[in-house]
Design a protein around this ligand. Structure first.
Ligand code: ARG
Length: 580
């Protein structure tokens, strides 16, 4: 509806320009807001206020002229002037009903497909494989996955890229430690990469011979020495299978096929350097190859270097990312490259995006965006740590989530069998962790707190999952298939109208999530929807309603609420439960 409204406003402006009321050269940006207060209509615009000056008119008079010039459409019930010159629009009830019917019938619950589908390459999760995934890896995996689902539903082609760190000097130390262990012991030790890494590091710090061997092995690995490669491959395979277990448990849609590791770009790195050199972009600084970009300066106003090759000849994180941009554009045919990576890498991405364009690695119209996120904090306000003060392995964290959820489910004393309780606990535990992350503004740090995330009150997964089962139970009780409710919408009660008006905003919210890569908009919406449904359900009896027409209409509102909640949670990567 927003677009239609924008359209008729644009027509009105063009009309006023033709009449000479507005200067022909103004190109106004039409902003439409959703007023908080329903008495201000469904949409509001400050258009007359922004155009008053170029038009040389009083804003209220201009608002009046704009309203008079609006083409007549049956879906608009009213346009009123408010305050100094705002225009409030009230849509007709028929268009509200049409939208509800459309959402009920539509496979996507009324979410509009993108008019021009793109290929979107989404870089997410992308852990370093030297260690096991820990709590710091949650956000990229969870947020990136939700955005990927949203883009896919909008009809874009999404290519997932798991840019895992499988290269670099730490691997020398790990390989040296592998060499020292017998096969049987190696298998056992690799089952916990966290302790394996620690043991290797300790050997490295304690023994100079070991450290030397580790350095030799880095050279051997980089020169492609076969035995060394094999050992490395063994380590990488184990580490990737640990990651896969975490993705499967989290319901993150990444597979081995999405892995495009740093090492996959090795062969292209000398070419990256050659091409930068040919462009005259390289400067040697203390033996290292650097590019200085004027766009990025330190606090003394000096240009900051992007180092692309070390004095010893080794390549860097940035070099690999430049190669990856080329690959994503030329081989994957990406139109938009999205990166879900910790906020602290913001400068790195701004630099390589700028450099990729400057060097012609990226077309001028290639869209590249880094979507940063804040840190996961403990209740003490510091980065989240396990009880022993170390980093928390993700696998352990998920175990704990399931365990806590099971206690919760058992306490609820429902009529579920033990097996059903286990299942519910798994879904509730994992969703709580995911939802706690998704529901916070991506760019802020957030506090990881079991009690809040597992609460049945507030904007949490348990609350929403439970709200969904309550809606579904209405249909189960009456043995009605929610997809087959007949009848017309009759919207008279204020609570019915509020619920209906919120239901039809689903599309708008999902588009916003796609635009800004901010899943918390959707969480906030679903939370509000569950609340509005509750108030409606309390005030407006459904199954006990004697008036058949009203009963059917309310059943339809309930059916659309269930459908919207399920679709919304699905987009967030959360499975709904039929009972809990
Ligand atoms: N492996 C990196 C890290 O853990 C993140 C990689 C993000 N993706 C990229 N293309 N740089 O910090």
């Amino acid at each position: 509806m927003k677009e239609q409204l924008e359209q008729i406003l644009a027509t009105a402006i063009a009309d006023l320009q033709q009449q000479g009321v507005l200067p022909a050269d103004v190109q106004p940006r039409i902003l439409l807001d959703r007023p908080r207060d329903k008495s201000h209509g469904d949409f509001a615009t400050n258009l007359a206020l922004t155009l008053a000056k170029p038009a040389g008119m009083n804003p209220r008079a201009l608002a009046e002229a704009l309203i008079a010039a609006l083409p007549k459409v049956d879906w608009l019930a009213q346009a009123d002037i408010a305050g100094p010159g705002f225009i409030n629009f009230t849509l007709s009830q028929q268009q509200l009903i049409d939208q509800l019917e459309h959402a009920l019938a539509s496979a996507t619950t009324g979410i509009q497909a993108a008019p021009a589908p793109k290929t979107i390459v989404i870089d997410y999760s992308s852990p370093n494989l030297a260690k096991e995934m820990h709590v710091g890896h949650l956000r990229s995996a969870i947020i990136g996955d939700a955005v990927a689902r949203v883009q896919e539903l909008l009809g874009h082609k999404v290519v997932r890229q798991n840019h895992v760190g499988d290269w670099g000097t730490q691997f020398g130390m790990l390989l040296a430690h592998m060499e020292e262990l017998g096969d049987a012991e190696l298998d056992m030790q690799l089952s916990n990469l966290e302790t394996f890494y620690k043991a290797a590091k300790k050997r490295f710090d304690d023994s100079p011979e070991f450290a030397n061997r580790a350095r030799e092995l880095v050279v051997a690995l980089q020169s492609g020495e076969a035995r060394c490669r094999k050992l490395w491959q063994q380590f990488i395979d184990v580490s990737l299978s640990h990651c896969q277990e975490v993705y499967d448990r989290l319901g993150v849609a990444l597979t081995r096929a999405d892995v495009m590791a740093e090492s996959a770009y090795n062969d292209d790195l000398p070419q990256v350097i050659e091409d930068l050199k040919a462009q005259g972009l390289l400067v040697e600084d203390q033996g290292a190859q650097c590019v200085f970009l004027d766009e990025f300066k330190n606090k003394d106003g000096e240009a900051l270097p992007v180092i692309v090759q070390k004095s010893g000849g080794g390549y860097l994180y940035a070099t690999t990312d430049l190669a990856a941009i080329r690959y994503r554009q030329n081989v994957l045919h990406g139109d938009h490259l999205m990166y879900f990576v910790d906020q602290r890498q913001g400068l790195h991405f701004q630099q390589i995006f700028t450099l990729a364009k400057k060097a012609g690695f990226a077309r001028a119209d290639l869209q590249m965006d880094h979507y940063g996120f804040g840190t996961v904090m403990g209740k003490d306000g510091r980065p989240y740590k396990s009880r022993d003060g170390g980093v928390t392995k993700l696998a352990d964290l998920l175990d704990e989530a399931e365990k806590r959820a099971l206690e919760l489910v058992q306490q609820k004393n429902s009529d579920l069998t033990a097996a059903e309780q286990e299942h519910v606990a798994k879904v509730v535990g994992i969703s709580s962790v995911k939802y706690a992350d998704l529901s916070k503004n991506r760019t802020s740090d957030y506090i990881f707190d079991w009690d809040t995330m597992l609460s049945f009150e507030g904007n949490t997964a348990p609350y929403l999952l439970y709200a969904y089962t309550r809606v579904v139970s209405i249909f189960n009780k009456a043995q009605i298939n929610p997809a087959e409710v007949s009848g017309e919408f009759v919207l008279n009660d204020e609570r019915e109208l509020e619920l209906a008006n919120l239901l039809v905003r689903f599309n708008e919210v999902v588009q916003q999530v796609a635009d800004k890569a901010m899943p918390h908009f959707l969480c906030g919406y679903l939370f509000e929807l569950a609340g509005k449904f509750s108030s409606f359900y309390e005030a407006c009896p459904i199954l006990q309603q004697d008036d058949q027409a009203l009963r059917q209409s309310r059943l339809k509102l309930a059916a659309l609420t269930a459908k919207t909640l399920r679709q919304g949670l699905q987009l967030l990567g959360i499975h709904t439960l039929e009972k809990m």
